[in-house]
Design a protein. Structure first.
Ligand code: ADP
Ligand code: 3PG
Ligand code: MG
Length: 399
């Protein structure tokens, strides 16, 4: 696959449609709680400003499902964006049709930045509507995809704009692909994959694929609960996808066939609710009560994972191992994160971490700097690792 980079392109006075992933985590007051994603686009945006392009930024925020939802307006992130980019101002357009955007852009100066409103306010985005794609493409001279993390979506702004405009990779996406390819090409064994998070259904294919490739598969987070009920263990009130037991059986069977050791929580951290931290206990899973819920993995399991990590050469991690947003349920994610960072610094392992929440969790503990590579992609990284072709990268193949 040839990377169509920004090298040697002349952008002076040209209008560039730039797909970014500004889908940052927001706290319960609606404020940006992690700016990693914004920072990743700075390298591309600085270059475009330098080359005197007029930039129209296209991004989604959350999942408004084709409706205008005030809490998910890109206005919510504009202040943080301006700070990170170190620029005086940007224009956030109201929710409007492409012809209006076009007329605004005509008046803009070289080096200016304009946001169109959350692309997922437009039902046409997820429908991948071709007429709308044409209308939007008519605003610009170039399309640049800088959002690896959304490239698994076959949406108008990730897939179709490239059909109607000369299209290139932004620097952030270029870096992501270059680094991931490099790591994927020479994986040193033994390999450990750590998969957590809340939803087994979004990571089924990844799990089935990973057991064929890795030596150790650690399952944590709410994902682990379906594995625990498959073993007929009581998980009390914990979050679980009960209808996925067959998937679990299949993953365990494949793991056996491929000599992959699956590590599940034997000790867990439980409480009656997320608010009542005075009731928090570290228990063996066999001591579980019906009125308790699992919010993190426990001490002995953390120790087992760290001891196994020391024997590995490559570690891949996606998904927090507990409800990291509510201390002390961030404990296992922090301790294991710290161990991997130390192993990475000592050149003992190559470590790759990905996922919006995973990166936010490790940022909270100031650990992201300790990993060999930090990807902001969650679902997209998972699909890329499965070997799937990502719709947002398809234009690279049509050369
Ligand atoms: P990423 O964005 O890194 O791919 P996910 O979105 O899959 O990660 O999962 C992150 C979410 O998983 C977090 O909101 C976290 O609170 C939740 N989670 C982790 N462990 C548990 C658990 N034991 N019970 C409920 N939710 C959990
Ligand atoms: C992400 O946060 O992984 C990306 O922004 C994609 O968001 P989505 O899962 O809503 O498509
Ligand atoms: Mg997430």
């Amino acid at each position: 696959m040839k990377l169509r980079t920004l090298n040697n392109l002349d952008f002076k006075g040209k209008t560039v449609l730039l797909r970014c992933d500004l889908n940052v985590p927001l706290n319960n007051k609606g404020e940006v709680s992690d700016i990693t994603k914004i920072k990743r686009h700075k390298i591309t945006i600085d270059e475009l400003i330098d080359k005197k392009a007029k930039i129209l930024i296209i991004s989604h925020l959350g999942r408004p499902k084709g409706k205008e939802v005030e809490e998910l307006s890109l206005n919510k992130i504009s202040d943080e964006f301006v700070k990170v980019m170190n620029i005086k101002e940007i224009t956030v357009l109201p929710f409007c049709r492409p012809n209006i955007i076009k007329s605004v852009l005509k008046e803009k100066k070289e080096g200016s930045i304009t946001f169109m409103e959350n692309i997922r306010f437009y039902p046409e985005e997820e429908e991948n509507n071709q007429n709308f794609a044409k209308e939007l493409a008519a605003i610009g001279d170039y399309f640049i995809n800088d959002a690896f993390s959304v490239s698994h979506r076959k949406h108008l702004s990730t897939f179709s704009l490239s059909k109607f405009l000369p299209s290139y990779l932004g620097r952030s996406l270029e870096l992501e692909l270059t680094m991931l390819n490099k790591i994927n090409e020479n994986i040193d064994r033994p390999v450990m994959a750590i998969i957590g998070g809340s939803k087994i259904s979004t990571k089924i294919n990844l799990l089935s694929n990973l057991v064929k490739k890795v030596d150790f598969l650690v399952i944590g987070g709410a994902m682990a609960n379906t594995f625990l009920i498959e073993k007929e263990l009581n998980i009390g009130n914990s979050l679980v996808e009960k209808d996925k037991i067959d998937v679990v059986k299949n993953v365990l069977q494949k793991a056996k066939e491929n000599n992959c050791t699956v590590i599940l929580p034997k000790e867990v951290v439980v409480s009656k609710s997320l608010n009542g931290i005075e009731n928090v206990k570290n228990i063996n899973i066999s001591e579980m009560d019906n009125d308790l819920a699992i919010y993190d993995i426990g001490e002995k399991t953390i120790e087992e994972i760290c001891n196994t990590a020391v024997t590995c050469k490559t570690i891949f991690w996606n998904g927090p191992l507990g409800v990291y947003e509510v201390p002390p349920f961030d404990n296992s994610t922090n301790v294991i994160g710290r161990t991997i960072a130390i192993l990475t610094k000592g050149n003992i392992v190559t470590s790759v971490v990905g996922g919006g929440d995973t990166v936010a969790a490790l940022n909270n503990a100031e650990l992201t700097g300790g990993f060999s590579y930090v990807s902001i992609a969650g679902g997209a990284l998972v699909e890329w690792l499965e070997g799937k072709k990502l719709p947002g990268l398809q234009f690279l193949e049509n050369l």
